[in-house]
Design a protein around this ligand. Structure first.
Ligand code: ZN
Length: 127
């Protein structure tokens, strides 16, 4: 007899859910691309000789660090978004790359570019 497990396998996505997530992904893709394009034009190198005082110089460097980190995050996210869009094309979207189980729709709504299920994700973060 089948036991009623709490952690039952999520159902595969419906076509309608995939269509909705696909639209969200394309919008996200555009946003990231334009933000990255803008960032590339707007980054100024910090001029260390400029007499702006030590603290504001540290500030400016910290600011640039943060911008760089933000750009790296956006780049990584853009790669994931592209992979997710490719997966939709290939009919493999919503399946965990690590364990081949369906990724929950709720998770994909929050992060449409997720490529692993919540369980594999938390295992990765633990290691
Ligand atoms: Zn998984």
């Amino acid at each position: 007899m089948l036991a009623c497990t709490v952690d039952r396998e999520p159902d595969p996505l419906t076509d309608e859910q995939i269509a909705r997530l696909g639209a969200a992904l394309r919008a996200h893709h555009e946003r990231l691309e334009s933000s990255l394009a803008r960032g590339a034009a707007g980054t100024k190198p910090v001029d260390l000789d400029e007499p702006i005082g030590r603290l504001s110089r540290i500030d400016a460097l910290a600011q640039r660090e943060m911008n760089d980190a933000g750009r790296r995050t956006q780049q990584a996210e853009l790669t994931q978004v592209k992979l997710a869009l490719e997966a939709i094309e290939a009919g493999e979207y919503g399946v965990c790359r690590a364990c081949d189980e369906s990724i929950r729709f709720q998770r994909l709504q929050a992060r449409p570019f997720s490529t692993v299920c919540i369980r594999c994700q938390s295992e990765r973060e633990r290691t």
